[in-house]
Ligand binder design. Structure first.
Ligand code: MG
Ligand code: MG
Length: 628
């Protein structure tokens, strides 16, 4: 199958869109009429531009309100079509996409529509052109691909074919069985879009919330399986109307479009076992077994304060890098690396973003295969020179220009801490704080980046995503979505907000870009951990008494239990029999903080408590304690 993308998916002017589309490696492009009309050059100029970029136009769209019109509108519709044919010939495009009629004046009847299409087919054929009919989910008489197919079938003209669009089909829950029986060569174009499941009218849903497959919740995979059964091997074209894409970078969205197709078709190949023509097999999604380390790039001053905090949190200095100013801090299965070296990636990252997380290292089964998959998915690999005898840890560029490292046990990488670090002996009598592992990592990003990183993680790693959740911050609403492995070995919380006043947005401004805003560490006994933190002088986030009074009203907890929670300023949530306990450190200068959590059979993230935490952080920051 060949892939294409519609100009309507991207931000910018027509020439900027076309350049982004070519740069992302697409060969085909759908020209949306508005993009052409708004462009200052002639259609022949556009044609040359497209040819120079190595692209070809796969369709010109949309032609609206055509079929089933009474006279005199019917004759006018045919004259409009002739004028579109003129433009298409100048553009060098042979396929006109006709959407099902939404006009109140239009008349129903499959035969009437088929007769109109037969005549349109005649007129198109005279010029060597073709027309394709698409059922809009909100079409007045035709809103189901099965009816559109019946119109095309009865039109009985070789120049008239069908357009299938995954969005229009899936939002109406149209049965896919009939699709399998459509002859593949009668399908002239397939348009692909995903979307979140929403309760709203089809038109608004379609115009604002579409997204690439892998970013939404529709059963695009089932649509693709039905399509495969038709024998179709023509064009798959992204047609995405999205407010987020329109606010984003055209280059980045076009690249996401390619990544989405590679992922979608690879999944299809794996699920059906059938080769998908023209699509190479990728290594499987990397199975993540945990987080090997999180690396902070810091200047010396910030590192001093941060390392004091780490000691307060019960971490011990466990190793020093053999050749660089890099320290390993450890507790339980948690490794934190503090990098103050004056050379290399971490240093340049620190100069741009300040003292913050510059890399996350994931434990996978096969690091080389993970990188191979990343490269196949057009992720950007990273490497920098290493000293003699040191390990070259494979990495790709992640969120905000940070790195995602891959470490495995099957190669030398499994001996990372011995090879690259000199161990520091730990006094076994020294008590830690009972922190055992990484629970989750929360990343804040610009709203228009959210879908990019969602697709990045879900296409590369064997993770699933949760539904989007709205969290109320005193400065606006934050959208939150989690990607996680089945067993919780990796949990990443992606946060984005359109408001500039939320803590998430302020963090992004402070750090000059998206990044890790908080890290949650798991405790086996949060009451003990909090007591240890307090004894060590770690400042914790104050939680108002009102919270505990509300807890008394809405939970079955005993007054004693609530007193214990209040005394330790621990937040609580319950899901069925699962219980969740949370505490927070005060934020550092740039808004970064640690969370301490204890899970007792609980799978969520305490969403009910998020507004309480955000309000407490906003209060602390307003007092000038920490400009979060
Ligand atoms: Mg469409
Ligand atoms: Mg959290």
């Amino acid at each position: 199958m060949q892939t294409a993308i519609a100009t309507v998916c991207l931000s910018g002017t027509l020439d900027e869109k076309l350049e982004a589309i070519a740069a992302a490696g697409f060969k085909g492009v759908e020209i949306f009429e508005t993009d052409l009309i708004g462009f200052s050059g002639t259609p022949s100029h556009v044609r040359r531009m497209i040819e120079d970029l190595g692209l070809r136009i796969v369709t010109f769209q949309p032609f609206r309100d055509f079929e089933g019109m009474p006279e005199p509108q019917r004759s006018r519709a045919f004259s409009r079509a002739e004028r579109k044919f003129d433009v298409m010939q100048e553009l060098g495009c042979d396929l006109l996409l006709v959407c099902s009629n939404v006009s109140e004046q239009s008349l129903g009847g499959i035969d009437r529509a088929a007769a109109d299409f037969h005549e349109l087919g005649e007129r198109a054929a005279r010029r060597g052109l073709r027309v394709a009919y698409e059922a809009l989910a909100w079409g007045r008489h035709v809103n189901d691909y099965r009816d559109a197919w019946e119109v095309v079938r009865r039109a009985a003209h070789p120049s008239v074919g069908l357009v299938l669009d995954s969005f229009h089909t899936l939002v109406r829950n149209t049965d896919l069985a009939a699709m399998r029986a459509i002859p593949g060569d009668r399908i002239f174009l397939v348009q692909i879009a995903d979307a979140p499941k929403l309760q709203m009218d089809y038109l608004s849903w379609s115009r604002h919330y579409r997204c690439f497959p892998g970013q939404g919740e529709l059963a695009v995979d089932e649509f693709m399986e039905a399509l495969l059964a038709t024998g179709y091997d023509g064009l798959l074209s992204h047609e995405i109307f999205s407010d987020r894409f329109r606010a984003g970078s055209a280059r980045s969205v076009a690249l996401d479009g390619q990544r989405s197709f590679l992922f979608l078709l690879d999944e299809l190949r794996q699920r059906t076992g059938a080769p998908v023509p023209g699509i190479p097999a990728l290594p499987p999604r990397a199975v993540c077994r945990g987080i090997e380390f999180v690396e902070f790039a810091m200047d010396e001053e910030a590192a001093g304060r941060f390392e004091t905090l780490l000691q307060g949190l019960g971490f011990r200095k466990a190793g020093l890098h053999k050749t660089k100013a890099v320290t390993r801090w450890a507790q339980g299965d948690i490794n934190i690396v503090v990098n103050t070296d004056k050379e290399g990636f971490a240093h340049s990252f620190q100069i741009v973003h300040g003292s913050t997380v510059c890399a996350i290292a994931l434990r996978v089964d096969d690091a080389a295969a993970a990188i191979e998959r990343a490269v196949s998915l057009l992720d950007r690999p990273f490497s920098q020179p290493v000293g003699p005898g040191e390990l070259n840890i494979p990495a790709v560029r992640g969120l905000g220009g940070s790195l995602l490292y891959f470490v495995d046990r099957k190669s030398q990488l499994g001996r990372l801490w011995e090879v690259d670090f000199n161990a520091i002996a730990v006094d076994p009598r020294e008590e830690d704080a009972g922190l055992t592992s990484y629970d989750h990592i929360s990343q804040s990003m610009h709203d228009e980046e959210m879908l990019t990183w969602l697709l990045f993680y879900t296409s590369l790693l064997d993770v699933t995503k949760t539904r989007v959740q709205d969290v109320v911050d005193p400065g606006g609403v934050v959208q939150s979505q989690v990607v996680a492995t089945e067993d919780g070995a990796l949990r990443l919380v992606l946060n984005a907000s359109q408001s500039h006043r939320t803590l998430a947005s302020r963090f992004i401004n402070q750090a000059f870009g998206a990044g890790v805003q908080h890290i949650a560490l798991a405790s086996s006994d949060i009451f003990r951990t909090v007591a240890r933190l307090r004894a060590a002088g770690v400042e914790l986030l104050p939680i108002p008494d009102n919270y505990y009074e509300d807890l008394e009203a809405r939970t079955e907890l005993s007054p004693d239990d609530i007193d214990r929670l209040r005394e330790s300023r621990i937040l609580y949530d319950r899901e069925g029999t699962g219980e969740y306990f949370q505490a927070y450190t005060a934020s550092m200068d740039n808004g970064f903080f640690f969370e301490i959590v204890e899970r007792r059979g609980y799978a969520g993230f305490g969403a009910v408590n998020a507004p309480i935490r955000l309000a407490a952080q906003a209060r602390l920051s307003a007092r000038g304690r920490a400009p979060a």
